[in-house]
Write a protein that binds this ligand. Structure first.
Ligand code: DX5
Ligand code: ZN
Length: 216
């Protein structure tokens, strides 16, 4: 069954801690944390201090998605938090391999994120340094955008690459996920779906998460 990672970007920022607990009770497998700097993406959200203040629950992973330029300048503050996963955008740093290896060596799962226009070939030589690939299915920056249909093929090709090389790499997708495209995504090989508006935009979080895990 696909794992669901609700994105706090669509939660209420004045009661984030409450929303984290509520969505975990509703069946969230991971909590997706969108860190934006207003430079790499045209929006600003939150950083390590806010993440540190959030309640943690055993067995529910904290999954940070760093949409910041030169993440190497800030990585130590995120590593101190002992998060479960950290995703670094290919487009955000020059020495990608060094940074992914640094994350992995601390015991945090390292992941590489790709904007929709970024080719899979850009990560060919870091496959040994990652535990997950985050395929963006919208251009990052905002919640509530439309899924880009061409990304399904990209996910299929990524899955093929992973299977062909026999690597234990998970695929996460982020952007425009909804009950209507979940089957297409899981058929393509997705392990984890990020869902912002498809969870926090609904009144009943449990029903919303169930609909993603068990599509009709
Ligand atoms: C977009 C963020 C996403 C966003 C997804 O830049 O990375 O995590 O919250 O929101 P939805 O699911 O509404 O597209
Ligand atoms: Zn995200």
């Amino acid at each position: 069954m696909v794992k669901v990672a609700p994105s706090l970007l669509s939660a209420s920022f004045n009661e984030l801690g409450f929303d984290v607990k509520t969505v975990i009770e509703a069946g969230a497998d991971l909590i997706h944390l969108d860190v934006m700097d207003g430079v790499f993406v045209p929006n600003i959200t939150f950083g390590p201090a806010i993440i540190k203040s959030l309640p943690r629950t055993e067995g529910v992973e904290f999954d940070a998605h760093l949409m910041i330029t030169q993440p190497e300048n800030h990585i130590d503050s995120f590593l101190e938090l002992e998060l479960d996963r950290i995703s670094i955008h290919v487009e955000s740093t020059i020495h990608l391999q060094r940074l992914l290896r640094k994350i992995k060596n601390t015991g945090t799962k390292s992941a590489v994120a790709l904007n929709p226009s970024t080719s899979l070939s850009s990560i060919e030589w870091v496959l040994d340094d990652i535990d997950m690939v985050l395929i963006m299915t919208v251009n990052p920056g905002f919640g509530g955008q439309q899924f880009i249909p061409a990304m399904t093929k990209k996910i299929e090709l990524m899955k093929e690459m992973i299977v062909h090389k026999g690597l234990p790499i998970e695929i996460e997708v982020d952007g425009g996920v909804c009950p209507g495209n979940i089957r297409e995504l899981t058929d393509a090989g997705v392990d984890i779906v990020v869902a912002g508006s498809a969870v926090f935009g609904k009144n009943d979080y449990k029903k919303a998460i169930d609909e993603l895990k068990n599509p009709r």
